[in-house]
Design a protein around this ligand. Sequence first.
Ligand code: KIV
Length: 265
Amino acid sequence: MKKWTVAAFRAAKGTQKLGCCTAYDSCFARLADEAGVPCILVGDSMGMMTLGHATTLPVKMEETLSATAAVARAVKDALVVADMPFGSYQCGDDLAMANAVACLKAGADAVKLEGGATVCGLIRRMTAAGIPVLAHVGMMPQSVNVYGGFRKQGKTREAAEQVLADAKAVEEAGAFAVTLECVPAELAAEITAALRIVTVGIGAGPVCDAQWLVMHDLLGLNEGHVPSFVRQYAHLASEAKRAFAAYVAEVAAGTFPPAEGAART
Ligand code: KIV
């Protein structure tokens, strides 16, 4: 397989639908990469999936950089996108630029940030500086406190027009792709038809050019709330628990470790 570049990702629009996912460490990033996942997002969902937070808001820039470096060290072919955490691009454009540069220095090929028209200046500046940007409109988890919960967006015609306008604005500003999170499928289809850039849907129906799934949902590692749009392609949580329990029981029973020279199972 050859390396997925931003140009190759762009060129996939209309020719190939792309199943993309998150990863937060070298081990799982290597597995996803070797399995042919074209784009791996070091999502700020790591706050909820691996750090035990209730939202993505507490994720720190240092945590994103550390996870991005771990993922980038393992990946050969996938496009690696670092998801800029809350606070890393809202407190002034110079700080945002420095943080985006740090993401690329850590090994990311591109950064992702949430927002429509309000972040277009930043998208223009980053793109001009050589930092490819994957935008994110619709339900933006970093705005959970504004919504009062993780709520589907774009449900009224007026709200849908706003999401469409934001998607067009980030395209115009230079984003190479845009995430459409938790918006009605018809709206995602309308946006996908209206844009020249790749739309990456999550909870946004089947018509998007690409899809995201959070890795812990995809692999069935997440035993908490699983959104209704998720399909679990494995059930690793129960398999991991079975293995842990078997190990504890074998140590207690004295059957592990085996006597020297005994066969390994
Ligand atoms: O952090 C994340 O996992 C994301 C995806 C839901 C797109 O932003």
